[in-house]
Design a protein around this ligand. Structure first.
Ligand SMILES: Nc1ncnc2c1ncn2[C@@H]1O[C@H](COP(=O)(O)OP(=O)(O)OP(=O)(O)O)[C@@H](O)[C@H]1O
Ligand SMILES: [Mg+2]
Length: 438
């Protein structure tokens, strides 16, 4: 997909998703408000019914006779309210609220506006809440309006209302999360693919360039060799033949390196595990690099301190691992490469550390260098050639042996790569020569 189209789709989807989230938020908020209103209406209805029951009680002649001491309806109403049994009120409220399925925790009281006090309250701690409650109902009679107010307070009203909608809220949050993570996954994997394809293009360009150089040299040199004058001069023949041999060797190594990645990617390579001395391999590999490094006025130091240096490993692959690490240490040291190879061992295996004092890397860059085709843009020193597959190969091979690799690097100071190969291969097998399919 063209990147412009993809960007437009990502932006449009992000806006649409944000819109859905905001709409969802307002829907939930509105739904909560409606539920709160319904709760309020139900509580109001419950209180009204309680007040109606009280009025019915007050008008009941048998009750009336008790309070009808003075022929004054005003006094009678006050006396009646003041003499109400708290237990009776509790029962009335409880039965009404139960019928209306209101929440079970509530506090109530009857407030006298004349004296500005509660003449009845079931929990004094909630005095203030009852005073400011939304659930109020006047207990009035025609002679006396609004002197007494029946007030109820629900301390868990909000929790109760939310709990009624819990399922919808959770479900919509879960669906939202699924949609967002799905979108995130698709977008990020597209970006990963895009990056990988860019890296592959870089790799192919790089490879073509790298292969062209030895091919051109071989072509020119072999043309020279065909020249009869040169053929008469054995010294020049030998010189040109050596050049062709070395360039061909270089070509072979490069092709092999590319083939390695194809094999690693398929994941079906076999390790030919044999018992080998890692110190011996280091000595052989370092020997070969010594010439290259000393031509650049550099040096390779060895501190082979591993008490036990025998591991069960694939010789060719381990040599390639060492080659790659030494090649990097040399390549990424702009001048006079100072390389140190040290080893040490513990109960579990051997550690091989290859340190240089080259250009180093920023910590954020070290995370990706073991992924295939990853090369750190090195500014001025971008002329350092490479395919970005050496460390991918190193890591894959070490992991296949049950080992690992780590890096410690500082820009401008140098890098230290530590490869680990375990002994446990030896313990697992009595047969010193064995193959392991990976
Ligand atoms: N010793 C080092 N010092 C500084 N940077 C390093 C060092 N080793 C590796 N790097 C960085 O890690 C990147 C990946 O290394 P890797 O060996 O995988 O690829 P390469 O050297 O670029 O190419 P090749 O496939 O030919 O080895 C390099 O491009 C370089 O930026
Ligand atoms: Mg390399």
């Amino acid at each position: 997909m063209r990147s412009k189209v993809f960007n437009v789709i990502v932006i449009a989807t992000t806006i649409a998703l944000s819109g859905i989230i905001v709409t969802q938020y307002f829907w939930v908020k509105d739904a909560l408000n409606i539920k709160n209103d319904q709760f309020y209406q139900a509580a109001h209805l419950g209180l009204k019914r309680v007040v109606n029951q009280l009025m019915a009680l007050q008008n009941d002649t048998s009750t009336a006779s008790k309070f009808y001491a003075k022929p004054n309806r005003h006094n009678y109403h006050t006396q009646f309210i003041q003499s109400l049994n708290p237990e009776l009120i509790r029962e009335m409220i409880s039965s009404e609220f139960n019928n209306l399925e209101l929440c079970e925790t509530y506090h109530y009281g009857i407030y006298d506006k004349n004296t500005e006090r509660f003449i009845l309250i079931n929990n004094k701690e909630y005095h203030n809440e009852l005073l400011h409650s939304d659930h109020l109902e006047p207990i009035s009679c025609i002679f006396q309006e609004n002197q007494f107010i029946l007030a109820v307070h629900f301390p868990l009203q909000q929790t109760y209302v939310v709990s009624k909608m819990q399922l919808y809220i959770i479900l919509s949050a879960v669906f939202m999360l699924i949609v967002i993570s799905g979108f995130w996954f698709v977008a990020s994997s597209h970006l990963r693919q895009k990056k990988l394809s860019e890296m592959k293009t870089d790799f192919v360009n790089n490879m073509t360039h790298e292969l062209k150089t030895p091919i051109a040299t071989i072509s020119v040199t072999s043309e020279l060799l065909m020249n009869e004058d040169i053929q008469k001069n054995p010294e020049r023949v030998s010189k040109y033949a050596t050049i062709i041999f070395h360039e061909n060797q270089r070509l072979k190594n490069q092709v092999e390196q590319v083939l390695h990645v194809a094999i690693l990617d398929r994941g079906d390579f076999k390790l030919k595990l044999i018992s080998l001395d890692i110190h011996e391999l280091i000595n052989q590999t370092a020997e070969r690099f010594y010439i290259t490094v000393s031509q650049r006025n550099g040096n390779i130091q060895k501190r082979l301190n591993a008490a036990n240096s025998i591991v069960l490993a694939d010789k060719n692959h381990v040599i390639n691992v060492l080659n790659n690490l030494l090649d990097n240490a040399n390549k990424y040291s702009p001048e006079n490469p100072q390389i140190t190879i040290s080893t040490y061992s513990n109960k579990k295996g051997v550690f091989v550390s290859i340190d240089d004092m080259g250009i180093g890397m920023a910590e954020k860059n070290t995370k990706d260098i073991f992924k295939r085709f990853n090369r750190i843009p090195t500014g001025d020193i971008h002329n350092v050639k490479g395919f970005g597959i050496g460390l991918y190969y190193v890591k894959t091979i070490l992991v296949a042996h049950g080992g690992k690799i780590s890096v410690n690097s500082k820009p401008g100071k140098g890098s230290s790569f530590v490869a680990f190969l375990p002994f446990n291969n030896l313990k697992q097998s009595n047969n010193p020569d064995e193959s392991r399919q990976v």
